[in-house]
Design a protein around this ligand. Structure first.
Ligand SMILES: [Zn+2]
Ligand SMILES: [Zn+2]
Length: 296
């Protein structure tokens, strides 16, 4: 497609035209000395307002084609049409563009498109109030914005995005597993940020809140529930996160107790792992090995 950047594969964002005539997003070509398409030296990068306005017109015209969904704590676009109860199709289009830019490494572009997506979702909230679906979508979009900020080296902005994600997810008021999973993911990301910034006590608080959400999720799942093994695997991951923080805070007894609980949990789902997808299996084995070392 002519309006698509060859670098990030998303629609141009702040389009520039190089001396050779090729076009890119400004961010995408910023680190390069030569054009990545034709190899010519880059002498000039001039704003291409004309092409950018074509992109904006394209966005306006094509923003009614898809539906937003939340899968595994991440916002995704669904292309087969189902009745849309929460999100507008415009929100889904912006989300698709945002996720494409994100995958292509253009985080400023992704951030802008995701903001537009969020605006559309919030319009839905303003019109009809929160519902579980909207909470999940807003939680996932804000979470993806947080990921963008993290890549851009903006930990404070990332933290406020993850906090906003948590806020939307808590609006749901319903304790379904989808909400619980997304909520615990955002809480863990907040914990990771604090850990990275060196505030271990704050990290521990977020991890512990995420842990409680996952404990409740396991508690609420029925005994024969096929998702129980993966819920327990997530719970073990959360236990490990809190245990790591406790250990770093020099609370060895508390850490050991949590590591032990996590190991018991991981061992208890060994048989269920046979039928689990390969990714969970790899996660299980890695966790089993780590916990074996931690509790030895
Ligand atoms: Zn680009
Ligand atoms: Zn070129």
């Amino acid at each position: 497609m002519p309006l698509q950047c060859a670098r990030c594969h998303a629609l141009y964002y702040d389009c520039v035209k190089l001396s050779c005539g090729d076009r890119f997003c400004r961010f995408c070509i910023a680190p390069s000395q030569d054009c990545v398409l034709c190899g010519a030296d880059i002498k000039v990068r001039e704003s291409d307002k004309e092409t950018q306005s074509l992109v904006d017109a394209y966005i306006e015209a094509h923003s009614n084609e898809h539906t937003v969904q939340e899968v595994d704590g991440k916002a995704v676009v669904k292309t087969d049409e189902l009745p849309v109860s929460g999100a507008s199709k415009k929100a889904a289009f912006f989300l698709q563009q945002g996720l494409r830019a994100f995958a292509g490494g253009n985080h400023p572009s992704a951030l802008t498109r995701l903001s537009l997506c969020k605006e559309e979702l919030l319009k839905n909230v303003a019109e009809g109030g929160y519902n579980t679906e909207l909470c999940c979508q807003l939680g996932a979009v804000c979470g993806s914005q947080g990921d963008c900020c993290r890549y851009l080296g903006q930990p404070d902005a990332a933290a406020s995005c993850y906090q906003e994600s948590v806020r939307h997810l808590k609006e749901s008021g319903e304790t379904n597993l989808e909400v619980a999973h997304a909520l615990s993911v955002s809480l863990n990301k907040l914990g990771d940020l604090q850990h990275w910034c060196g505030d271990l006590a704050a990290a521990r608080t977020y991890y512990a809140e995420g842990l409680q959400v996952r404990r409740d999720a396991v508690g609420s799942a029925a005994a024969g529930d096929e998702s129980l093994a993966s819920l327990k695997l997530d719970l073990a991951v959360s236990l490990t996160k809190v245990a790591d923080a406790e250990q770093a805070l020099d609370k060895q007894d508390a850490a050991h107790k949590l590591f032990k609980e996590a190991l018991e949990l991981v061992v208890s789902i060994k048989d269920a792992m046979v039928e689990a997808p390969p990714a969970s299996h790899a996660k299980w084995e890695q966790l089993h090995r780590l916990l074996g070392e931690a509790t030895a």
